[in-house]
Design a protein around this ligand. Structure first.
Ligand code: NAD
Length: 346
């Protein structure tokens, strides 16, 4: 069986090749999946996609025409896949839910520390042989109150790490994780209370119709003056325009993000020689108290290996007509997504 891997990056090839223990025919293309490139899937049995690929209804209809019956998402987030349409067309979709929560959690902590201790500014200055520290005054993470929005796998890892910094921890989630309460003294609260009481707010929710623009002007107004917001989840969970307004007013003291609302076709590519016509991104990148990384939180050797191994397990399971553990229910991310509770296994 042929597996076409869209949006293949050089760094992941060797992991995909070595995890392909059943010798499926792998066709790795750099193109991302879209209406313009979907024809590349002709003749394949399985399509493997990443976060920037387009698996919306019109693309899925084309895939169905080419007799594709399985989509392997090599990521946790599946907000770019129309699950209902896929189910209606008889296309099974599976993701990789648990490949390395600590990869993303540690990146979130890295953003926090880099911002709170002004490490990027220090780097820029020392590169120019400027060793003054007058503008490098930071704060400790120790004893800060951190609001963890989404206490699933990644939020739990963040909780565990931050408890080592003796932070006061507030959690927000539709499902309480009792272990985090007993083990790390995390207190659950509603989002408004979390916003009001946190020095740092870190986002670890999926993007869906209920979480889109969850962090908006109204929520930012509740936050503490000089709050730090960290987003390693999905760009669309925050309203970027409102974040910029918050930064301009000084309400948001720091913003660290590994994701961006309009990152598609921008992140993962080198645009240093071309002009990116995106005023919002340009504005964000102009602030010294903002640190943007290019959706790299997942990019560790450990994560890439786990992703590749899980993908082939998923595909082989499906090929043997067995129900794989990571098949996505069409109701996920909708008003009826209580099904998520079952799959969380917290
Ligand atoms: P998870 O499913 O384990 O946890 C998500 C949590 O969000 C769950 O506890 C769930 O109950 C909660 N939740 C969902 N919708 C909610 C709502 N409307 N209100 C309150 N709580 C809600 O997922 P995870 O593995 O922790 O990943 C979280 C997100 O991180 C992913 O969906 C993905 O978008 C993002 N992610 C980013 C990267 C990266 O490289 N930057 C890598 C992996 C995952």
């Amino acid at each position: 069986m042929k597996v076409i891997v869209f949006s293949t990056r050089e760094f992941e090839k060797k992991y995909l090749i070595s995890a392909n223990t059943t010798s499926l025919e792998l066709v790795m293309v750099t193109e991302s999946l879209s209406l313009n490139t979907v024809h590349l899937a002709k003749g394949a049995g399985v399509v493997c996609i990443f976060t920037g690929d387009d698996a919306s209804a019109p693309v899925l209809v084309k895939l169905k025409e080419y007799n594709i019956k399985y989509i392997a998402v090599r990521a946790t987030g599946f907000d770019h896949v129309d699950l209902k349409k896929a189910a209606a067309l008889g296309i099974t979709v599976a993701n990789v839910p648990d490949y390395s929560p600590f990869s993303i959690a540690e990146h979130a902590i890295g953003l926090m520390l880099a911002l709170i201790r002004k490490l990027t500014l220090a780097y820029q200055q020392t590169q120019r042989y400027n060793f003054k520290i007058d503008n490098l005054l930071g704060s400790t993470l120790h004893h800060k109150t951190v609001g963890i929005v989404g206490t699933g796998k990644i939020g739990s890892a963040v909780t565990q790490i931050l408890s080592g910094f003796d932070c006061n921890l507030i959690g927000y989630d539709k499902i309480r994780n009792e272990q985090l309460i007993s083990k790390y003294q995390l207190h659950y609260a509603d989002l408004k209370t979390l916003c009001k009481n946190s020095d740092i707010i870190t986002l670890h929710l999926p993007l869906n119709e209920r979480t889109e623009y969850l962090i908006n002007k109204e929520m930012i107004d509740f936050m503490r003056q000089g709050v730090m917001i960290i987003n390693t989840a999905r760009g669309g969970i925050v309203n970027t325009q409102d974040i910029i307004e918050g930064i301009e007013k000084g309400k948001i003291g720091y913003y660290g993000a590994d994701v961006y609302e309009h990152e598609k076709d921008v992140f993962f590519y080198d645009h240093s020689e071309k002009k990116v016509n995106d005023p919002l991104l340009k504005k964000l990148l102009s602030y010294s108290n903002v640190l943007i990384t290019p959706h790299q939180a997942f990019a560790t050797k450990e994560a890439l290996n786990n992703i590749a191994v899980t993908i082939f397990k998923n595909i082989n399971c499906w090929a043997l007509q067995q129900k794989g553990p990571h098949e996505l229910h069409p109701d996920l991310g909708t008003e009826n997504d209580n099904i998520e509770q079952e799959s969380l296994n917290l």
